[in-house]
Each structure stands twice: as C-alpha cells, then as structure tokens.
Design a protein around this ligand. Structure first.
Ligand SMILES: N[C@@H](CCC(=O)N[C@@H](CS)C(=O)NCC(=O)O)C(=O)O
Length: 216
C-alpha cells in the first residue's frame, strides 16, 4: 500500500513532507484536508491526530504527524544513502538541531498567517515582525558558517527551513543586502526540482492569499 499524506497545498509543513518524499522517490497517495472547511476538526481526523494539523502520514496502520517527524521517518526508511539525514551521531544531531529551529521559524510565521487568514487580523504586530527579522538573522548566522543549514551538504533541515522561508518571504521579503547568504541559499533551494514540483505552486497561492488578507 502506498504511503498516504493528508495535505492542503499551500501549507509549508506539507510542502516540506512532500518534497522529502519526492527526493527519495517515494510513491505517495495524497488526501486533501480543507482547513477552511474545518475538515481537520472532524472526529475521524482528530482521532488520527489529536493536534488536528497537516501533514499527517499513514503507513498502513502506522500514523505520525508533524512534518519534521515525517521527514525523519521517510529518510530513514527510504533513503538510498544517508546524505539527507546522516546516521553519524554528531552530523545527525546538527540536522535535528536545525529541524527544531525550523519549528521556531514556522510558528513565528504561523502566528501571523493564522491570525490573518482565520481571525481576520490584517496587520502583524511590531513584535511579530521583529521575531521574523530575528528568524532571518539566526538563519543568516547559520549560513555564514556553512553552505547549508547543518553543514556543507544539503539535508532535510534545508528542505524544512526552505518551506518556512517560502512562507515568511510573503510577509517580509528576503533583503539580500541584510541577509545575503540567506538570499543566495533560498535562490539555490528554490531552483531545485523538488521545490518546483511539490511546493512552488502552493507557496505562490499562499502569497496571493496573504496579499488579500493583510495590509503589509
Ligand atoms: N509542527 C507542525 C505544524 C503543522 C501545522 O501547524 N499545520 C497547519 C497548516 S500550515 C495546520 O494544520 N493548522 C490547523 C490547526 O492547527 O488546527 C508540523 O511541522 O507538521
């Protein structure tokens, strides 16, 4: 049975999970969950994921949610080699560190996008915007030390952070004078076929939705 991923196209964590499946050539079946129609709050979905978030992965009767856990699982199970998710203890610890960093980036972004799209808050607060700028400067710091976020090779942490940044840039565009490493890394990451295939369209739709919902 192919893996099943519950998704909505514009969601950054969904994009990350789909990109990692694509990189590892894992065939998947996708199931659309319309957050605006509150399908994620239906009892049968909440039974699978009490946090009612997407993405959610089903591998027969094994279920996990959280894009980071999904990316780790897919890479461990299907990776032809360990380059995207190294088995070496210290290299893996660095990738994990950056995956946890991504949860910070994502939730800082989500606090703005959720407020705009669901609660009708058209303007982020000064604090929310400062938090996003700080996120960019953390990322710039990482990318000033190494070519990718967890070393000199691309890993699932880059794919995960790519997804969050592809949403953040719709709120605060990446300023290549302030964040030159981040801008160059983003350009490289968005030129990859996995981004074009699995996340580019969703990210553009997300940008359009935010443009309509926010005064930026
Ligand atoms: N840490 C989670 C975050 C997932 C998440 O918040 N997804 C949003 C869509 S972008 C969602 O499902 N929101 C619905 C809800 O929170 O009820 C992950 O990486 O999968």
């Amino acid at each position: 049975m192919p893996l099943k991923i519950h998704k909505m196209d514009f969601s950054p964590p969904v994009g990350a999970a789909l990109m990692v499946c694509d990189v590892h050539n894992v065939p998947i079946e996708t199931i659309d969950i319309n957050l605006f129609a509150r399908e994620h709050l239906k009892p049968e979905y909440v039974k699978k994921n009490p946090m009612h978030t997407i993405p959610l992965l089903e591998d027969d009767d094994f279920i996990i949610h959280d894009s980071h856990a999904i990316m780790m699982y897919i890479s461990d199970k299907y990776g032809k080699d360990d380059s995207l998710y190294p088995k070496d203890l210290q290299k893996r610890a660095l990738v994990n560190q950056q995956l946890f960093f991504d949860t910070l980036l994502f939730y800082r972004t989500r606090s703005i996008t959720f407020a705009a799209l669901i609660e009708g808050v058209r303007k982020p607060t000064e604090k929310q915007l400062n938090d996003l700028h700080e996120g960019y400067s953390f990322l710039e710091g990482f990318l000033s030390k190494t070519k990718f976020v967890a070393g000199d090779n691309m890993t699932i942490a880059d794919i995960s952070i790519l997804s969050s940044v592809s949403a953040m840039r719709h709120i605060i565009p990446i300023d290549d004078t302030k964040y030159p490493k981040t801008a160059a890394w983003f350009k490289f990451m968005t030129s990859q076929s996995f981004f074009k295939k699995c996340a580019e369209k969703g990210s553009l739709i997300f940008g359009e939705m935010l443009k309509k919902a926010m005064d930026l």
